[in-house]
Design a binder for this molecule. Structure first.
Ligand SMILES: Nc1ncnc2c1ncn2[C@@H]1O[C@H](COP(=O)(O)OP(=O)(O)O)[C@@H](O)[C@H]1O
Ligand SMILES: N[C@@H](CC(=O)OP(=O)(O)O)C(=O)O
Length: 449
């Protein structure tokens, strides 16, 4: 019937029992007449253990060797899953990313998929076999060295294979039943979405909702791959669909009429997400050429840095510069500042660590008057620190302290998610004709699970 790519995350292959359960679900899909390509992550905790192992041998491991090491985690789970499938009589073999035809650029540790040649997988599918692909990895050009795609990269492997194989959709199998309005393990009352648009999911993912890796959502959007996020406990339970086509279908089934949010109406909230482990660096009164040198240096090193503020607070020739970066990048950033500082005065540098960014995502939320104020109020009501408010059309975000983050997130979720939602959808070309015919509105949120 359909060709489906099923990606099993680290939590879904964490133990031999879970590997066997994954095999059972794959076989059930095959028995239903579907062709399945499985993609697996390393068994839960393995990648962190391998990183730790590397650091106990070298404080600066060669990036290519680090990739060679990290890719073994996925190789283990792929081989185990194939064995479990074989044991139940299914033809199956495991593939490394390279064997599966995944070609990347050569940026070790954060490679980008450039091309996928799925012919070997297709041969196996034609023979009725079930290919199991090690996620998170590829090769830098044909017969090039092994590369890895960055944390959470197996999601991108699944989506890229689904696109290359022309699969019906890509299933992301994980330890929750879909995408919620906040991490359901941390926020009481988080509600599962039945459908989400790529744009909503992409903002949630970059804001820290780790249920899907941000790169995989971008890949899915550009290649038109529908994503189904579901629990590893059952293939028939609740789920969340991410993509235009599925939202259209859900709208058709929902009845009612769709309309964009009017001026002053509350847009639908996709969710609240947090990122921890951030550090803020403020440089006071630095000269413009110096600021440019620093920003250029950060960009050249490809450090993940957010420019939070750059502005002149009164004096003509000097401004304040505020940046936020993940704690892992601080050492490199400090070295860069010291280098850029040669000959300049940099005595007023302030570092603040243990920060978190708390974001509220919703299409059009930034254009709604008063919504930034409500975010600040929600934080104030629980005594949470708040600084560097950022407002974009689809997101409000603020820096706060890591301590008290749970309470702050709950308060912001209570404030925004329990308000009545009106659906505000972009009209990509794909929809231009469809939505008029469908003329339906969908409750974006299922009843709380
Ligand atoms: N908005 C959200 N919806 C669902 N899960 C979320 C959300 N935000 C964070 N999560 C977390 O993401 C986790 C799943 O991601 P991850 O641990 O990377 O799983 P996997 O091992 O399957 O890749 C969930 O257990 C949940 O705690
Ligand atoms: N093993 C990699 C790749 C991955 O995607 O893992 P998971 O699916 O468990 O998030 C990581 O830990 O980042």
């Amino acid at each position: 019937m359909a060709l489906i790519v099923q990606k099993y995350g680290g939590t879904s292959v964490a133990t031999p029992e879970k590997v066997i359960e994954a095999a059972r679900q794959i076989l059930a899909a095959q028995a239903d007449g579907h062709q399945v390509v499985a993609v697996v992550s390393a068994m839960g905790g393995t990648t962190d253990r391998l990183l730790h192992l590397a650091s106990s041998v070298s404080d600066q491991p060669d990036p290519a060797q680090l990739d060679a090491l990290l890719s073994t985690g996925e190789a283990v789970s792929a081989a185990l899953l194939s064995m479990a499938l074989n044991r139940h009589g299914a033809a199956s073999r495991s593939f490394s990313g390279a064997e599966a035809g995944i070609l990347t650029d050569d940026r070790h540790g954060r490679a980008t998929i450039q091309q996928v040649d799925p012919r070997r997988l297709m041969e196996d599918l034609r023979r009725g076999a079930i290919p199991v692909v090690a996620g998170f990895q590829g090769e830098a050009g044909v017969a090039g060295p092994c590369t890895t795609l960055g944390r959470g990269g197996s999601d991108t492997t699944g989506v890229a294979l689904a696109a290359a194989l022309g699969a019906d959709h890509c299933e992301i199998v994980t330890d929750v039943a879909g995408v919620y309005t906040a991490d359901p393990r941390k926020v009481t009352g988080a509600r599962r979405h039945t459908t989400l648009l790529y744009e909503e999911m992409a903002e949630l993912a970059v804001s820290g909702a780790k249920v899907l890796a941000a790169d995989s959502v971008d890949y899915a959007r550009t290649h038109g791959v529908d994503l189904k996020v579901r629990s590893n406990l059952t293939a028939c339970g609740p789920e969340t669909w991410v993509g235009y086509r599925r939202r259209c279908a859900a709208m058709a089934a929902g009845g009612g009429s769709w309309r964009p949010a009017g001026l002053g109406e509350v847009p639908a909230i996709a969710g609240v997400a947090t990122r921890t482990g951030l550090v803020r660096c403020v440089l006071r009164r630095i000269a413009a050429d110096h600021a440019v040198r620093i920003l250029r240096g950060l960009a050249e090193r490809e450090l993940e840095v957010e420019l939070r503020r750059y502005g002149n607070l009164g004096t003509e020739d000097a401004s304040d510069l505020a940046i936020t970066l993940p704690a892992e990048s601080v050492e490199e950033a400090r070295a860069l500042l010291a280098e850029a500082d040669r000959g300049a005065r940099l005595d007023e540098v302030h570092w603040t660590s243990n920060l978190a960014r708390l974001s509220v995502v919703g299409l059009g939320i930034g254009q709604l008057p008063g919504s930034p104020l409500r975010l600040l109020e929600a934080l104030r009501s629980v005594g949470a620190a708040r600084t560097d408010l950022l407002v974009t059309s689809n997101k409000l975000s603020v820096l706060t302290g890591e301590s008290g983050l749970a309470e702050a997130t709950q308060s912001v979720h209570d404030t925004f998610v329990h308000e009545p939602a009106v659906h505000r959808l972009p009209t990509p070309d794909l929809w231009a004709t469809d939505h008029k015919e469908l003329g339906a509105s969908v409750p974006a949120l299922a009843a709380a699970d």
